[in-house]
Ligand binder design. Structure first.
Ligand code: AMP
Length: 418
């Protein structure tokens, strides 16, 4: 039997990879303007790291992690997200002392055992950004400004930004109790999972997509009415900085995000055209996360963009370069010369393709056409006897006869530098 890939684990084929490269290249370019450096973290961590940060009663930890025992009997987990790992590494290497304000990004695969559907996979990729060590609303506004700059640069349309404040543990505790009280009276209308959540972690009910649970929450108390003066002031300052960059947003007091470590600012960017899985990016502040994993207090804020969903939104753009040529050689001796010329042209940063199988001129020209190569150099036995070749401009169909030694100069002249 032919072996197939695992459900929810997707191949990215060469034909699609151009969009991935564009998304990643733009991220690196824009993030550098804002002073962010790349962080690279391991694929596997101790399970405890995610249990203590993301929270035991969340869907991610409760039912989606790829957890296994290694040969020493340690419980390890494929990372389901990046923030906890980056915080772990930041503390472990003493970066909180050496560079108290850390601005980092990370791009790579994450693993969650979810039910696969369009825009939802078991291995998916995130572009993840974090500012560690800053509590001031400036950090919230900067990171949002960068996210907006990045998404605008990719020319994505119809995005909407929702923000909320989840408060701090002090103001959240009474809010949680109120929500619990409110929902106790409606317990029977909740789905089975949410009835359980009502006891373990009532705020997680806001994540539930089921209609009956959404309805039950319709008149639920708003977190914004429970913010303490400090949290309220923080949120007001984030909004007023956002108003400076005139990107429209809505405040959604029902948005709580699916991870327990969030405090204060939380946000989500969604795209209507993605359908059910419409969240392109989610993020927020996590001022207690460092302590949750046994470190000192280090405030932080970050976001993660789902790359698969971003790719679905990117317009088709054929990427062609004028700096490419097809060498069509006919016969053994010309093929040898073509092999050598190909290396010379590539050395000069020209993309060169040739035919590996000694096919007819007609078939080689078809291949050059398919590749949209703007030029073809034809090298037949006849021409090469006089050390000459034919250069064909595929658009105008004009041909000129050149000395072999002139090819590079001539190509440089007609191709330009793009
Ligand atoms: P989260 O880490 O859950 O806050 O998710 C951040 C972003 O990652 C979401 O807005 C999605 O774009 C993306 N994402 C999360 N889970 C998946 C998944 N299973 N498949 C594809 N993308 C995902």
């Amino acid at each position: 039997m032919q072996i197939k890939s695992i459900r929810g684990f997707k191949d990215i084929l060469p034909g699609e990879v151009g969009k991935w490269q564009l998304a990643e290249r733009e991220a690196r370019r824009i993030f550098a303007f804002f002073g962010f450096s790349e962080f690279r973290i391991p694929v596997v961590e101790r399970t405890e790291l995610f249990v203590r940060s993301i929270g035991e009663a969340t869907d991610i930890v409760g039912k989606e992690m790829y957890t296994f025992q290694d040969r020493d009997g340690d419980s390890l987990t494929l990372r389901p997200e990046a923030t906890a790992s980056i915080m772990r590494a930041y503390l472990e290497h003493g970066l909180n002392v050496r560079e108290p304000v850390g601005k980092y990004y990370f791009i790579g695969p994450m693993f969650r055992y979810e039910r696969p559907q369009k825009g939802r996979y078991r291995q998916f990729h995130q572009i993840d950004v974090e500012i560690l060590g800053v509590e001031d609303p400036w950090a919230d506004a900067e990171i949002l400004a960068m996210l907006i700059r990045y998404l605008n640069g990719l020319e994505l349309k119809n995005l909407s930004l929702q923000i909320n404040s989840l408060g701090c543990p002090e103001c959240r505790a009474p809010y949680k109790t109120e929500v619990q009280k409110f929902l106790q009276g409606r317990k029977d209308t909740l789905c089975e999972d949410c009835q359980r959540r009502l006891e373990t972690n009532p705020l997680r009910i806001f994540d539930c997509k089921k209609e009956e649970c959404r309805q039950a929450l319709e008149a639920a108390p708003s977190v914004l009415d429970y913010l303490c003066p400090d949290c309220l002031d923080h949120f007001t300052r984030v909004k007023s900085l956002l108003d400076e960059i005139t990107f429209p947003y809505t405040v959604n007091p029902r948005m709580v995000r699916g991870l327990d470590y969030y405090t204060r600012t939380a946000f989500e960017v969604s795209a209507g055209e993605l359908g059910a899985q419409n969240a392109v990016c989610g993020g927020g502040r996590y001022d207690g996360l460092a302590q949750d994993i046994g470190g000192p207090r280090v405030p932080g804020i970050g976001f993660a963009i789902g790359v698969e969903r971003l790719i679905l939104l990117l317009p088709e753009k054929a990427e062609t370069t004028r700096r490419q040529v097809f060498l069509a050689a006919l016969g053994e001796a010309p093929r040898k010369k073509a092999f050598r010329l190909a290396q010379e042209l590539r050395q000069a940063d020209i993309r060169v393709e040739l035919d590996y199988e000694g096919r007819s001129l007609k078939s080689q020209m078809r291949k050059a056409d398919k590749m949209r190569s703007p030029y073809v150099v034809i090298m037949g036995e006849e021409e090469l006897k006089g050390n000459r070749v034919i250069l064909r401009d595929m658009a105008s169909k004009a041909q000129e006869n050149l000395a072999l030694g002139e090819v590079l100069d001539r190509l440089q002249g007609v191709m330009g530098t793009n």
